[in-house]
Design a protein around this ligand. Sequence first.
Ligand code: PGA
Length: 259
Amino acid sequence: MEIIIQPDARAAASMAARFFTQTIRRQPSAVLGLATGSTPLPLYRELVQKRLDWSSITTFNLDEYLGIGADHPQSYHCFMQENLFRHVNIDQGNIHIPDGLAENPEEHCGQFERGIQTAGGIDLQLLGIGSDGHIGFNEPSSSLASRTRIKTLTERTRLDNARFFGGAGLVPRHVITMGIGTILDSRKVVLLATGDHKADAVAGAVEGPVSAMNPASALQLHPHAVFCLDSAAASKLARVDYYNWVFQNKPSWQRLDED
Ligand code: PGA
């Protein structure tokens, strides 16, 4: 794993954005995996400002609440349109987000998985991390081999997301989420985490054992996983000096393109 620690949230998001910019510029038909939540907002703002060519890019989002439609203001469909898609020249037909109102959700999950395969697999997947270590909506105890399916949210996640819905009781209980196995199949993964409320989850994911109790720890099994952190999210890591040294001493062929 590559651990990149930046002084603040904005710099961490900028660093994560550079991976996406580089992929979109070098691989105009790339398949991107995208995430929602508060953390990626500055990253999406930066990608919009760069005026990249999204015309041949395909996207798959990690998850969606079950039981709410694409026009619900808290749906991830709305989030993505509002914060990214309506600002770039993406072909709306190339956007894939699980349908929270699918008539047969289980069948829909299988179709979503097949859609990723038909598109050639995900080249670069963006992830956030929950304060309980979830990635996508794979809560603790999720199978590390799981595929896209329906999951039940923990009370902690519902509380974390209450701010969007105006109360924890209004947060849906069920979701459709890519599985951990689905995420591990991506060719490269960039996890962005900022703030001290993520520090325990990040420390468990990076330096703890691989365990279903911290789903992000499964990324230790991924050959190309990058954690972009601010110093608050990195504050409980034991080996910060080493991660910083590695980043500063990268061979030139491993470095990101300059902007
Ligand atoms: P957040 O969500 O960015 O809103 O903290 C992250 C997540 O739950 O994956």
